[in-house]
Each structure stands twice: as C-alpha cells, then as structure tokens.
Design a protein around this ligand. Structure first.
Ligand SMILES: [Zn+2]
Length: 550
C-alpha cells in the first residue's frame, strides 16, 4: 500500500538532479467473581466443560480466537461473559488449547446475577446525563448497556460510555434504572498534555502528547485509541525489526521532547494528522478508528537518515525516502503500522520536465497521512485485494478519504490534489488529481485504463477513474474523455457523497470488487441513505457513467 507508483529509486546515482518517470510506474470490582486459574487437571477439565456450556448457551461470547505465533499447534480464545445477552463488565476468560486439548484457562466470571435487563432509562437519556456531567457533546453516539458488578455486592444494569474533555477523559457507568452515576474512572493512566509544535511547512499547531517522567511523548492521551508516533531516528534496522514484529516498540522509541515547543516537523505533523484523521472518521461516520473498535494507531517517522540518501540502494530510497506506506499486518501485534518516508533532503529531482524540486518528509502532508490510515480502514473492512481493479478501488478509497480529511481539518486550504504538499512544485510523480486526472498523467475514464502488469496492475494509475467519479458527484463537471456532463450535489452537500462512498466501500464492498461492483455498491449506499433517484443517487450514477463505468 505504497504512496507512489513510479519507481524512482532505481535511478539514483551520485548526482544532484535525477530524472524520474511517472510511468510505469478493567479491572472490575471482584465481588462474587469466580477466578478461573485452573492449575490441576480435574479443575481444568471442569472449567473447560463449563466454558463450552456457557459459550453454547450464549453466556460467553467469543471475542477473539487466533493461532499462537510462537508455539505451533497452540490456539488462544478470549470469551466475554453475557447475561441475557448483556455484557458483564470484567467477566472475561482466556483459554489456550494445544491441538484441541485445553491446557490453560484464566479469567473471572460472575455468578448469581439476578437482575432485570430491561432498562427504564433510554440510551438517549443516559447519553444526556454523561454529556451534562462531562460537558462534552457526544453527538449521536449512544452508550451501551452493560452489567456492572458493584463494590458492595450485587449488580447494576448500567449504560457505559466515555467522554473526553480538555481536562479529563472518563468512563461513565450510568444506572439504567434511575440515571445515577454508578462508577466513573479515568480512561488514561498517564497525564495528557498539549505542546505547541512546528510542522514540516513551518506552521504552528497543537500536539496531543503524554507527560511522563519530565518529558513529553508522542502518545495521544485525548482520543480514545492509543495514537503512537515512533521516531526511529534513522535506524532502518530498528524500523524493519518493528515492522516485522521481531521487536516490540517501547516508550523509549516514541517521538519525544522535554520542551513544550516541538520543532521536529515530521513528528509534529505525523502525530497531529493521525489525530485529525481519527476525528474525521468518528465525527463524520461514527467510526471508532481503523477497526471501528479503537485499535491502536502507529506511525513511524525517520526510518532512515536524510543525509544517507545517496549511499542507499534504490529499493530503500524508493520505499523509505520517497514514499509512505501502510502495512496492515505489521508490528509485534500484527495490527498494522504506517511509515512516513524521509523525503529527499537537499537532493533535487525533476519529473516530466518539471523544474527541479526536493521531496519533503511525507509526514508533512495531511492528505498523505489520511490516505495511509484509510488503507487501515480498508484492511479492517472491505479488505479490497491490492491488485488490478480491486487494488485501484483500494487506492481510490484512500485518495477520496484523504481528500475528505483535508476538507474536514483544513477547509481553507483544501483541494482535490493528493500529495500537493510533498514538493514545492506539484509533479505527476508525486501528485494525483481527483479533479483532473489526465492533467497529472492518470486516466479519467475506464476506456483508457492502464492494463499492464506494473504498479500491481495499475492500482495507483487507475485509482483516479473512481476518485474522479467521486469528484464529479460533488462538484459537477464534464469528463474529458467521454465528454459526458454530471450534475453534482454541490460542495455544500459534499458530506452526502462522502457518506455514500464511505458506506459503499466499508459496508457493502466485497474484497474482490471491480469498478462495476463499486458503481453498484455506491448506488446501493446512495439509495439506502437518500432514496432511489434522489439528487445524491443521480449524481453518483451519472458520475460513474461519465467515467465509463456501467
Ligand atoms: Zn495508497
């Protein structure tokens, strides 16, 4: 899931100007908990039977199951307790099997739960209680029912949600019968802080960090998921070990600075833009992060040293200098990492006859950061196969959402170019245009799609066929190749088309989709959201037709 399609690296030589080509390119209160730490074989067998029985009856629900990555034949399951379908807070079991035979069970289950599971309070009323107590506008988000084991014994049916205000981040449990607060605790162990940072382009911005032991760490303590930015300080071996999961990154690897004024532009921008992207998905679509379950987000900066660019092999230059990428399965937990290329330092390039330019650090481009994170959203949803047409749709979704994040976070400077801040000169080697793909060397119509095998079958090149349809459905316009005109919904209604594409791509799209399927799923999404033959529906239909996809 690379940013670039052109193979720039291979042409590196000891010269200052290089020519590149665009083609081809909780611990809960433990009252009445039964702790399963089965040590002897009889107890273990009893527990095993009990867990199976509870799983069958629905009193335990499997939330995770995976192979042991170190010991062949071992598997691990995690099961959460339910009571009449409602989760029980802290009721959780981890079971390990060896070729089908259970070898360990750890966890806590609650017995003697005897309460009604029909709330008196509506979720909306509980949300309003949390909003009033925290002073946080929770939007349309609703708290979830959960059974809370009480310190003094017994259980309460509660609504749980979290609220993040500038001064604190708390989890609230609101009694579902009478609306009182049953429990409130802090979401983060560490102190959140905000420092002032200077970005790659010299602009100042607030950076959400964590204060610890006299320094500030690039660990976002304001948003629900862990957003962590690691600075590899030019150590490519360490970066590779982290990507391969050979070594786990630690607090020592986090970008950090004891000053409240951060001056490392890539660390400032990468970390900040990851947060903006999270906010976009949550505020626009209610999506909780990449996997919709607030999985941690990891960005890696400075994988190489800028001054080494001329002595590096072309592959390293193409991947870790002049590129950014998201690896969906990287990291010691296999949950994905982003890497921001270092840029070219003082080394200049030319491309397609453009004036010479240097390439900036990739973390400095909001649309690029959002593009890479959106590959994470795809990996956790449609999982579009990164080859041929499904791969081009994967790239298109990242460009579409990358553009949307720019309109969301920086409306004054937003446009339909992707990666325009990577260099002082917009060049087809680095930039794609959703508005005018042809102007940057990419097809604007299915009839002129790239059919070769390079670029994984044109995943970057052909992405503009779909992303241009997105553009036309909003802004109106005439496709340069088909000369078909489209009446879009207008920029004031851009959110309609954002929602249509988000819903189509993340909810309805299969992994092996082609362009024709993309047309069908976005039309279905438009119909679901706005009705058949509504203006958004018609705009999306006409936009796909204009780009030659029927
Ligand atoms: Zn990409």
């Amino acid at each position: 899931m690379n940013w670039r399609r052109a193979s720039i690296g291979a042409v590196l030589a000891m010269t200052a100007t290089l020519v590149v080509s665009p083609h081809p390119a909780g611990q809960g209160p433990s009252f009445s908990a039964i702790r399963a730490t089965a040590a002897n074989i009889d107890a273990l067998r009893d527990w095993d039977i009990r867990v199976d029985r509870m799983a069958r009856s629905g009193d335990l629900r499997r939330r995770d199951e995976h192979e042991d990555t170190i010991m062949p034949g071992r598997r691990h399951e995690r099961l959460e307790q339910r009571y009449q379908g409602v989760p029980v807070w802290g009721g959780d079991i981890a079971r390990q099997t060896d070729r089908g035979t259970t070898v360990s069970i750890f966890g806590s289950l609650y017995e003697g739960i005897d309460i009604g599971t029909e709330p008196t309070l509506t979720p909306e009323a509980a949300r309003d209680v949390i909003a009033r107590l925290s002073g946080v506008d929770l939007g349309g988000r609703l708290p979830e029912l959960i059974i809370l084991p009480l310190d003094g014994g017994g259980f309460a049916l509660t609504y749980r949600d979290q609220a993040i205000s500038p001064d604190e981040a708390s989890v609230y449990f609101i009694d579902a019968m009478d609306g009182r607060v049953r429990l409130k605790y802090n979401l983060f162990e560490n102190q959140s802080a905000v420092v002032e940072g200077t970005g790659v382009l010299g602009d100042r911005k607030k950076v959400s960090v964590r204060s610890q032991s006299g320094t500030f760490l690039a660990a976002d303590a304001l948003r629900p998921p862990a957003i962590l930015t690691y600075d590899m300080r030019g150590n490519l071996t360490a970066a590779l070990n982290a990507l391969n999961g050979v070594t786990a990154l630690t607090t020592a690897n986090l970008a950090q600075d004891p000053s409240t004024s951060w001056l490392d532009g890539p660390n400032v921008d990468g970390h900040t833009f990851e947060g903006y992207t999270y906010d976009f998905y949550f505020k626009k679509f209610g999506r909780r992060g990449l996997d919709n379950n607030n999985t941690r987000i990891i960005g890696i900066t400075h994988p190489v040293r800028a001054q080494d660019i001329l002595i590096q092999p072309g592959g390293i230059v193409g991947t870790y200098y002049l590129n950014a990428f998201y690896c969906p399965t990287c990291g010691s937990d296999g949950r994905g990492m982003m890497v921001y290329g270092e840029g070219s330092g003082s080394i200049q390039f030319t491309c397609s006859g453009s004036p010479a330019f240097t390439v900036r650090n990739f973390a400095g481009s909001l649309d690029v950061v959002a593009h890479e994170l959106s590959h994470g959203v795809t990996a956790y949803s449609s999982n579009l196969i990164y080859l041929n047409e499904s791969g081009a749709l994967n790239e298109a979704f990242s460009d579409i959402m990358g553009t949307n994040v720019e309109f969301f976070a920086r409306p004054a400077n937003a446009n339909y170019l992707m990666g325009e801040n990577l260099a002082a000169v917009p060049t087809p080697c680095l930039v794609r245009s959703l508005q005018d793909p042809l102007g940057f060397g990419s097809p604007d119509n299915y009839s002129i799609r790239f059919t070769g095998s390079s670029d994984n079958g044109g995943v970057h090149i052909n992405s503009t066929i779909a992303s241009h349809a997105f553009y036309l459905a909003i802004e109106s316009g005439t496709n340069r190749t088909s000369r078909l005109a489209v009446q879009g919904v207008g920029s004031t209604n851009r959110e309609q088309i954002e929602k249509v594409f988000y819903r189509g791509f993340t909810q309805l799209m299969p992994a092996n989709a082609n362009f024709s399927v993309a047309r069908a799923v976005t039309l279905r999404a438009a119909q679901d959201l706005y009705g058949l033959n509504s203006p958004p529906y018609n705009a999306v239909r006409d936009a796909w037709t204009a780009v030659g996809v029927n």
